[in-house]
Design a protein around this ligand. Structure first.
Ligand SMILES: *Cc1c(COP(=O)(O)O)cnc(C)c1O
Length: 393
């Protein structure tokens, strides 16, 4: 059902036009179909299965418009929506594994996905081995067993921002018959063409940059033509679907994704560079920053960066970090990211990672840089650093 756009169109143009065929009566945007029941004209139509829309859960012109646009953004064969990014992940995993399988999951995986592997997948008889996100191809090959089914990647990694060598890892995985999944939420298909770098499946938290305004939960599963039947079956069988208003918000956000990402990228690079020069800062974990860990791989494989990165401060007492963060006026404290607003959250990966060791001594902060003016953001952080110093004594 996906109409192929001529590939000569630039990504910016495709973001604006993909999925347009689902709008009717000359309107620019598709209608928001609030729908469960779809009526059939006659028994022949009902029995033939030829009617394009069968039931609300199974897709409406609103959801299909966004499916099509996200498949195009990521460069996959087709896409399906899920009510959250996490549900996109769990649905894709359930579609790809069976009891007795073994999967390899990056140690820097989004933490709730790790929880799914450790609880529900384990109960269903699927064993997970976590691997260092910066593992080389030879080392990865050593972890592959006869029953290993899947390589799960996320690049850059959640919080710690490790860039993975996806082409090299995917090559080893494919030679051993594994499927390769990536959580491409950070870069989106705009800045990382995951399928062209070896992925078979892309999962994305559309909640973040695609929705882009912190006002809806949404996920998507995208796949190559070869793997698509497994993903489509899982989506259908598990009864996944997204609400029409949320699907519409995703589509609305997608139309401006390019301009927003470009500003997030520019602002975040400027703030990251400024933070790097601060005496309170030990390390800046932002792969698009020259000299940062993972920069070479990022420069080779990515065409841009989003607004999310992390910073490690020099050792400071907890109260000092609290004084710094509690008093910020523009940076909010909150999980999630990808909206227009700046956010910061303290984190400590040492408590739950199992394949890597977090060696930094100082407190770590994850920043999401929004669309505010960077002068205002720097002033807010500058005041924060003064509180940090005053409280640290
Ligand atoms: C937020 C996030 C998710 C989960 O998305 P939700 O919509 O919050 O369920 C998955 N992966 C990454 C990398 C995320 O940051």
């Amino acid at each position: 059902m996906v109409k192929e756009k001529p590939s000569t169109l630039a990504p910016e143009t495709r973001l604006v036009t993909a999925g347009h065929d689902y709008a009717e009566h000359g309107f620019v945007n598709p209608a928001v179909y609030h729908a469960s029941t779809v009526r059939y004209r006659d028994v022949e139509t009902l029995m033939s299965g030829a009617q394009p829309y069968k039931y609300g859960r199974r897709g409406t012109p609103t959801s299909r418009a966004l499916d099509t646009a996200i498949a195009d953004l990521e460069g996959g064969h087709d896409a399906r929506l899920a009510p959250s990014g996490l549900s996109a992940i769990t649905t894709a995993l359930l579609g790809l594994v069976r009891a007795g399988d073994h999967i390899l999951v990056t140690d820097a995986v989004y933490r709730p996905a790790r929880a799914f592997c450790d609880t529900m997948l384990a109960r269903l008889g699927v064993e997970t081995t976590y691997y260092d996100p910066r593992i080389g191809a030879a080392e990865l090959a050593g972890l592959i067993r006869p029953n290993t089914r899947l390589l799960y990647t996320e690049s850059p990694g959640s919080q710690t921002m490790e860039v993975q060598d996806l082409p090299a890892l995917a090559d080893v995985a494919h030679r051993h018959g594994l499927s390769v999944l990536i959580d491409n939420t950070w870069a989106t298909g705009r800045f990382f063409r995951a399928f062209e770098h070896g992925a078979d499946v892309v999962v994305t938290a559309a909640t973040k940059y695609i929705v882009g305004h912190s006002d809806a939960m949404l996920g998507a599963i995208v796949g190559t033509a070869e793997i698509w039947p497994q993903l489509e079956e899982a989506h259908l069988t598990l009864g996944e679907c997204a609400g029409p208003d949320d699907a519409y918000l995703g589509l609305r956000g997608l139309r401006t994704l390019d301009v927003r990402l470009e500003r997030h990228m520019r602002n975040a690079l400027e703030i990251a560079d400024w933070l790097k020069s601060r005496p309170e800062v030990e390390d800046v974990l932002h792969p698009a920053l020259p000299g940062a860990t993972g920069h070479n791989l990022w420069a080779r494989d990515f065409t841009g960066a989003s607004g999310l990165f992390s910073v490690v401060l020099k050792p400071a007492p907890r109260e000092a970090v609290a004084a710094m963060l509690d008093g910020l006026s523009l940076f909010g404290m909150g999980f999630s990211w990808g909206g227009y607003e700046s956010l910061v959250i303290p984190f400590n990966p040492s408590g739950y990672r199992t394949a890597t060791t977090w060696t930094h001594k100082g407190p770590a902060l994850r920043f999401h840089i929004g669309l505010e003016h960077t002068d205002d953001l720097k002033a807010d952080l500058d005041e924060g650093f003064k509180r940090l110093a005053a409280t640290a004594g």
